[in-house]
Design a protein around this ligand. Structure first.
Ligand SMILES: C[S@@+](CC[C@H](N)C(=O)[O-])C[C@H]1O[C@@H](n2cnc3c(N)ncnc32)[C@H](O)[C@@H]1O
Length: 325
């Protein structure tokens, strides 16, 4: 039997929940994608796999190379932000560029990054700001070797739930890009960060969430959503309103910007790459026999992520929090 091929239909994005019903009824590739995934993967193996700290560490160490090859060669492990809807190489730097404006505007002297991945965000910023001292912490990855010699950048190993290795009241800016989602105790992290920030300092967060929604997920949407977050060893994507409630306990929210439409182009590029793999089940199953489970488990996520944004289940936000209390 020939393999099914897929084509992606784009849907206009809207934040209106009535319009969402219309979107869900629209024909997209979700059922076909799930059928393709079932042919290649044991879905419960991905969804029910353990997701403790050691699994997160293992996952990122295993994928150090594959993320650079499949996602972004510079070493950013996050979505690009494309304001004009067209994907460009520099889009992966946009998060760091936004952090840079806060460094400049506030004449920052010390900056801390949580969950630095391969170190690319802090390396980019440290090179642009040689008189600013940067610290960065991660539980798993080693930074790329070329970043370890940047004199004003210090990489530390550790869990961002405990920042006791860093001096209190000393950082003008703390930032985190697509790493806070790993915490199921975000208030704990917010409290730790608050202790480290100067009065008036900023905590800048870029992260995916479950959109606040009135309509319950269908069974297929539930499977899609779990494949997405469990594929990267995440417990869940929390609802944005719950996380914002936690943010308000410790900080003032000065910016809450929905960037979901702007991350779609980079996600759609990954979807398109993933379709080559899922359109050829025999080939894909052979690959899965050779590569470790930790390397292939997130492939369904790449295929499904844009659908979750278009169906207004996933959202991606920038939050800027001010330490003004
Ligand atoms: C998706 S990657 C993002 C990496 C980086 N922020 C970037 O934008 O390229 C998530 C990172 O969060 C780190 N991480 C997850 N949980 C963590 C924790 N509790 N403490 C510190 N780092 C953590 C992982 O090790 C991984 O490197």
């Amino acid at each position: 039997m020939g393999e099914e091929t897929t084509e992606c239909k784009t849907t206009e994005f809207t934040t209106d929940s009535t319009a969402r019903e219309h979107i869900v009824e629209q024909d997209d590739n979700l059922e076909l994608y799930l059928a393709q995934i079932r042919k290649i993967f044991d879905i419960p193996r991905i969804i029910d796999a353990p997701r403790d700290k050691s699994q997160i560490i293992n996952y990122y160490l295993m994928n150090k190379r594959s993320y650079r090859l499949a996602w972004n060669f510079e070493g950013f492990i996050h979505c690009g932000i494309s304001y004009d809807g067209k994907r460009k190489k520099g889009d992966f730097r946009e998060q760091a560029r936004i952090v840079d404006t806060y460094i400049q505007d506030n004449n920052a002297k010390k900056v801390l990054e949580l969950g630095y991945g391969l170190g690319t965000n802090s390396a980019y910023l440290a090179r642009r700001n040689p008189h600013v001292a940067f610290d960065a912490i991660d539980i798993s990855n080693k930074p790329l070797r070329s970043f370890t010699t940047i004199p004003n950048l210090h990489f530390c190993f550790g869990d961002y739930h405990n920042l006791s290795q860093f001096k209190g009241n000393s950082y003008d800016i703390v930032f985190v890009i697509e790493a806070l989602c790993y915490s199921t105790q975000k208030l704990e992290v917010l409290r730790e960060v608050k202790k480290k920030l100067t009065k008036g300092g900023f905590f800048i967060i870029f992260d995916p969430y479950t959109r606040n929604r009135a309509i319950p997920l269908s069974e297929s949407e539930k499977t899609m959503w779990k494949l997405i977050y469990r594929g990267s060893v995440l417990e869940t994507f929390e609802r944005i309103d719950n996380v914002e409630d936690a943010m308000r306990k410790e900080f003032s929210i000065v910016i809450a910007q929905d960037l979901s439409t702007y991350v779609l182009p980079s996600l759609e590029a990954q979807e398109s790459n993933a379709r080559h793999y899922f359109n050829h089940a025999t080939f894909a199953r052979a690959i899965n026999k050779v590569l470790p489970f930790d390397v292939v488990r997130h492939l369904p996520q790449l295929l499904l992520m844009p659908t979750s944004v278009r169906r207004q289940i996933a959202c991606y936000y920038l939050h800027v929090l001010k330490n003004d209390r």
